[in-house]
Write a protein that binds this ligand. Structure first.
Ligand code: P6P
Length: 331
């Protein structure tokens, strides 16, 4: 049999983490279960006229929940069942959620998660995603978790990853020893290893930024954008713009093909729009583990000391040479 399922792969890699005693493996398994449930829900989202729009009551007389609420509840359920996680910070919740599973208090890990990022794209059938970070708790096992457990910098990550619900559903994660990609085979309900060692190209031709904000970018970003549009115009047009407005989809394309994703400060979002804990740290971890780079423009994203759960930062991430080029213009 030529396939390697997520579960088999995690066991194979378990010797990389002797101290994990299987806990991390079980935690990654729990994330995989939640991702499969959300994939099923996302892929029937188009049937809302049957299932009913959010806020309505469907034919079965049940309240229809928004998919990002379903996503959030699914992860809480899976992580409480699994017992490895004591607390969760979610893009959907203002405050940290101490998990209430039978064994949650003894969980040695905490999760920061955006259960369904880019959910505004669901109704127009654009790919969306789940983004997650895994830290070891800093408080004693068995005690009540505190905010210090979740407000940890990216350089303390144990693992991070994302699920992209697109033409296929893929789970991409890293535990600090490279980046692995798994594609869901719905016929057997298993994530199968499809990208055994993702490395992002050092260079690329794609720049991803919302140029609708062009009038508000820092001068350095504007100078970079002028450069990519003018450079080698006479000979060829090496650069192209690709921006779909769903971070996981934009990031995943650039990770595999090369590119730079930029969300700079704007008038509406003077600190940038994307959230440090739920979008920037996990994606920066993946970018760096795949040989790329990620910065706020002034410091490495993974070194930013978080001060609040929903903190936002500017981000420039992707192919190393492209990130360096943007930084060159920002100096
Ligand atoms: P804008 C989705 O709402 C999101 O958080 C990311 O997935 C996406 O990259 C970004 O916002 C898009 O923001 O301002 O360009 O629409």
């Amino acid at each position: 049999m030529s396939i390697t399922t997520l579960g088999q792969f995690i066991i194979e890699k378990q010797q990389d983490f002797p101290y994990a005693k299987g806990e991390l493996s079980r935690l990654l398994r729990d994330i995989g279960i939640a991702a499969k449930i959300i994939s099923r829900e996302v892929n029937k989202a188009g049937l809302t006229q049957i299932l009913g729009e959010y806020g309505s009551v469907n034919v079965q007389g049940e309240d229809v929940k928004k998919l990002d609420i379903i996503g959030n509840e699914t992860f809480i359920w899976a992580l409480e069942k699994g017992g490895e996680v004591c607390a969760m910070a979610s893009e959907e919740n203002d405050d940290m959620i101490p998990l209430q599973g039978a064994y949650s208090k003894n969980g040695r890990y905490v999760i920061c998660i955006d259960p369904l990022d880019g959910s505004s794209n669901i109704d127009v059938n654009v790919s969306i995603g789940t983004i997650f970070s895994i830290y070891r708790r800093v408080t004693e096992s068995g005690t009540e978790p505190t905010l210090n457990d979740v407000l940890q910098p990216g350089n303390k990550l144990v693992a991070a990853g994302y699920v992209v619900y697109g033409t296929s559903t893929m789970l991409v994660y890293s535990t600090g020893k490279g980046v692995y990609g798994f594609t869901l085979d719905p016929s057997i309900g298993e994530f199968c290893l499809s990208h055994p060692d993702i490395k992002t190209p050092e260079d690329g031709k794609v720049y991803s930024i919302n140029e609708g904000n062009a009038g508000e970018f820092p001068q350095g970003v504007t100078n970079y954008l002028n450069w990519v549009k003018e450079t080698d115009k006479a000979t060829n047009r090496p650069y192209t713009a690709r921006y779909i407005g769903s971070m996981v989809a934009d990031f995943h394309r650039n990770l595999l093909k090369g590119g730079v994703f930029i969300y700079p400060p704007t008038a509406k979002a003077p600190k940038g729009k994307l959230r440090l804990m739920f979008e920037c740290i996990p994606m920066s971890f993946i970018a760096e583990q795949a040989g790329g780079k990620s910065t706020t423009g002034t410091e490495r994203v993974l070194d930013v000391e978080p001060t609040e759960i929903h903190q936002r930062v500017p981000v420039i991430m992707g192919s190393k040479n492209m990130v360096d080029k943007v930084l060159e213009f920002m100096k």
